[in-house]
Design a protein around this ligand. Sequence first.
Ligand code: UD1
Length: 413
Amino acid sequence: MKMLVSGSARLQGQIVVSTSKNAILPILAASMLSSGTVIVRQIPLIRDVHIILALLHQMGLKVDHDQDRIAISGSPQHHVPDYELCRQIRASFLLMGPLLARCGQVQISLPGGCAIGTRPIDLHLKGFEALGASITMSGGCVNAAARRLTGTHVYLDFPSVGATENIMMAAALARGTTYIENAALEPEVVDLAGFINSMGGRVSSAGSNVIKVDGVSSLGGTTYTPIPDRIEAGTYMVAAAACGGDVLINNVIPEHIKATTAKLLESGAKIEEQADAVRVSRWQEIRPVYIKTLPYPGFPTDMQAQFMAYLCSARGSSIITESVFENRFMHVNQLLRMGAQIITEGRTAVVRGIPQLSGTTVKATDLRAGAALLIAAMAASGETIIEESEHIDRGYENIVSKLNHLGAKIYYL
Ligand code: UD1
């Protein structure tokens, strides 16, 4: 798929953020822990969600879709999620914890997803082993088995979001208490704990770096609405600032976007926080800033590419350091094609601002890199064609119609 974007856009008006992709994917995986009916409201209709739902269906669960509500019932009928579906998204690996807890065994493909450097799964496996599972690898698959998982202390060498979630889900049905130490603090982890507790689970202190999970023998049904997407909100905030507009972004939890807000303020944008909305405008030139990505509450790696696109037109040089992922500068080559002046050295990029980028043909290499190119293209002079734009639709619900509603001119080719 391709998108054609007319540049020099000015964004004005209101927009509503969808439910968080990174919250809903683990929540849908965790629905397999339930012996009752789980209803999840405000489902974003994006490809990653469709893939997880297809996997739940293939595992033998009943999935009923009613507009933006999903009802999931039944139990997993086997322990082997479809290899090809799993390979398409990294989040498929989040099925491992719930399946191990429910079926006592699992055979799952090594994960796929965004090409942003090697993304190992050693911390997930270390957690399952500590809970008593035996693990083997064969033919691109991980096999794990445990008659009943048993609570323990798991120390994570890095506060991995996925490992924290996977271990939390497995521990929810384990015998005894599990402590996840150096756990991820991300709001999506807290939301997953809230979801598990709404099914009758006993997870406490999620959002701190030691999460306590008291295992229960079974979990029941629930109706749950996950949190809004803080990365989608941040992307529209940066888009408004990059294009020099005035946009009210609704369905936002301001607490979750503090790092993005702080850096936008530093760069000269004006931000007005409301209870569940944020208004972003910019009338003055963009000031260069220093950014270092970190686990939450630090600056999110999922906002790094969009900020780089924005800072390409700052008055002066910005320095961006990516400390979460090994190789997450794929967007740099594409921004260079638009005239950006960026030098990278290892995990650091120096971005020397120029007055305006120029439209050309570029390629979206992954989800957030694609979002960055969309921001760059809206702010650039002339027209840009973004190839492989399906990466963008994987994670942003109706992004083209939302941005066009604000005055952008984006067309699917
Ligand atoms: C999640 C998000 C993703 C975000 C990332 C970091 C979802 C579906 N995706 O991904 O959008 O960019 O958090 O905020 O929620 N690591 C290991 N061993 C492991 C697991 C991770 O070394 O077993 C490393 C990774 O290679 C990476 C770092 O830890 O360098 C962070 O990864 P992690 O927090 O696990 O990210 P994901 O859960 O994959």
